[in-house]
Each structure stands twice: as C-alpha cells, then as structure tokens.
Write a protein that binds this ligand. Sequence first.
Ligand SMILES: Cc1ncc(COP(=O)(O)O)c(C=O)c1O
Length: 456
Amino acid sequence: MTEQSVRDVVKTDLEHVWHPMLQHKGLERNPPMVVTGARGSTIVDGDGREYLDAMAGLWCVNVGYGRKEIADAVYRQLLELPYYPHLQINRPAAELADKLAELTGGRLRHTYFVNSGTEANEAAMKLARQYQRQVRPGEPRYKFISRYLSYHGTSLATLAAGGVPERKTRFGPYGDGFVHVPPPYPYRCPFGGLEPEASELASARALEHAILAEGPETVAAVIMEPIQSGVGVLVPSPAYWREVQAICRRYGVLLILDEVINGFGRTGRWFAYEHYGLEPDLVSVAKGITSGYQPLGAVLATDAVFEAFLGEPHERREAVQVNTWGGHAAACAAGLETLRIMEEEDLPGAAAQVGAHLLAGLETLKELPWVGDVRGKGLLAAVELVADKETRQPLDSARVAAVVQGCKERGVIVGRSGGIGAGLGNCITLAPPLVLTIAEADRIVDVLQDTLQSLR
Ligand SMILES: Cc1ncc(COP(=O)(O)O)c(C=O)c1O
C-alpha cells in the first residue's frame, strides 16, 4: 500500500468502524496498525514493517498465515456450493465431523456446528440443560459452575459463566444459575499461600463444595478450559483434573471443556484434555479449527449425550437450536484443509517440541527482577510480571502496557492478560502459530529480555 492509501484507509476506518475494546476518542493520534499482509508467523503493516506475531492473531492462526491450499479449498467450495442451511446435508460439514470423530479417538462422534467460540460455549450450555431435562426430568438442573478469572465468550450467558469482572460488570445483572469456583492458581493461591499441590486440590474440592451447597439436583454442567488461557495460562496438575472429573461424575454433572484456544495442537496435543486423560461429555472448539481462514465453531458430543436427544417426533427431544451459518460449507472446507495440513506437518508435535524450547528460554527470564512466574504447555505460554518478587505484587498496568509496546517496537507482537480485574492483567501471553521455528522462538525470548531489561 502507498503511504497515501494507508492514510486514506485509516481515515475511512476511524470515521465509520466501531472497534472492539478501543477508546475512539483521540484514536486518530495513535491509530491501530493497518495490517496489509502476512506469511508464516509474520504480519506486515501499512508501512511495510514486519512483526513476528507471537499471538497468532487472537490465539488462533495455528497453521500460520498465507496457506494457499486453504484459500483454494474455500474457493472451490464457494463455486460448488457456498452454503445451504444445515437442516440439510453438505459434504464438507459431514467430512469435517467425521474427521473430528477420528481425531477424538471416536469418543466425540457427534458435531454441532456454529460460527465462533462464544456460540460454541453457548450451544454447549444449552445442550447440557436440555440433556439434563431429558435424562433427569424430575430434577431442575439448570446451573453452571465455572471458574473465576475464566473467559468463555462475549454473549450474556458466556459472560455470566466467565469470571472476568472488567468484561462483565457493565452488562449485568445476569440470570440465576451461574456459580464460580477458584481457579487452580498456586502462584496466587486463592486459599492464602498453600503449597502448589495442596492449593490445586483445594481448588478442585471447592467444586464439590459448590455442587453440594447448590444442590446437585440443580447443577447441569461444569464448564472449564483444560488449561485456563486468558488469565495467564494456568496449567493444572493431572491430580487437579482427576479430582474435578471424579466430582462431576459423582453428582451427575456434565463436563463441558472449552477447547476454543486449547484445541487443535496449541498445547502440543490435538486437544488439551488428552494431557489429562479426560473424558468430557461436551467439548467446544473454534479458533484453530480453521486457523482464522473462515469463521467456524463447533460442539463435539459423546454418544451418551447425543443419544439423549433421540426420540419419536412427538417427544421433541431434538436439539432445539438453529443458526443460519451453522455447518457453512465453505467454512467447513477451510476446516478440513486446516486439519489436513496440521496432520501432514504434525503441527501438534511441532508445538510440543518448539513450545518446550520456548518455555526453557522463558524460564531464563526469571533471573530478571520483574518476572515472577513462567507457565506454559506447547505453544501456549505466559510470563507473569510482578513489581516485587517477594510479595508477588502484580506489575502496574502502565508498565505491563510498556512491555507490550516495547516488544512491538522491537518487532514482536505479544499479548497481555487484559481485563482481569483484581489488580491482575499482569501476564504477557504468547500463542504463536504452530509453524514457529526455533529461531523465531529464540527471538521472542530475546525481545522480551531486552524489553524487560530496559523497563524502568
Ligand atoms: C477460552 C475461550 N473461549 C471462548 C472464546 C470466545 O470465542 P470467540 O471470540 O470466537 O467468540 C474465547 C475467545 O478468546 C476464549 O479464549
């Protein structure tokens, strides 16, 4: 783009586009980047400057930018059949659901398609309520239990299930039935400084306490990410998850896993639940499934859940829910091609290998005064910044913003656990494309080190 055309697009945009999470007043003095192109893990701005995108957009461009094969697959599908309502059948959606069944080892053989992560969680929650009404008709199981500091989407129900005060408070009050328990976060132990193992177990047992206090016969489902991403990548121990799953089973509560970020190779396995040997009832996915080449989300369900929706027409047991773009043929074609690439290039394996290298590099940053903790799994990582290592007081917001900006000036886009409240939002987050090279991983660490070293 020429300098003039960049200026023109900024002017047009600021006149007419209403951006998410940006204060428009004064935005013309410091407008967001115009992103004009991208390849691999690198994006290019309107001035032709290149940046290593260590956030893969919003944690999603798992196969990297510039994949012609996906563009071709979508193009072919658009010509053949762009879309038809999913009350009928189309080939790419059928094949993608089949592929997902294979990738989940035959455990999650039924896919309900939507268009985003929010919608996937919203649909999973609705399916869970309907399931409970059909399986346990005498019990008013409508409540959801989720974790504080979690993010599950931007609709009212997913916000209600979420636990991010700054994203929620302006939109309440929310309906009854959304209960929260403390996350497994030993670095900031919710119980006042327990040892890590004991802290995580206390978080797990808080779930049982909540179910009993609410009345198990009122609880429909638990919704959680296997590895809680947005707060700053909390990677629980297997013991935590063993306990949580056992508690859900004990009380007939469905386990919904939000794999919107975790899924599709991000953590070094196809799905993060594999690290823990979990057997979820419902799994919501989006983001990596098409790596951002088309909007797509889905809910994956077990046979047991799906079969609760079978019955005679007069019983009306079918999933009472429809959305115009669900099972969009071109989006599903993008998904199929994305998964083919991931499999062919073993991107989950690459994420495990390069992610371990990245994490080892990030660990060395702990020598710096501002780095309190480093956490990660595969190519999903966070560096928690503190003002004081002894007290663990979170680094102030202005300095965290300066780190993000400093990295950008050095050519690397990093994320931040924003909007968390409770004085948090002090983690630098990393979720680069899974095609990240070792050299690029080293560059992320070098840039972070350089930026943190020059922080005053
Ligand atoms: C864990 C998690 N769940 C759900 C969502 C919502 O996905 P979407 O933005 O596609 O609606 C997000 C978005 O970042 C997320 O991080």
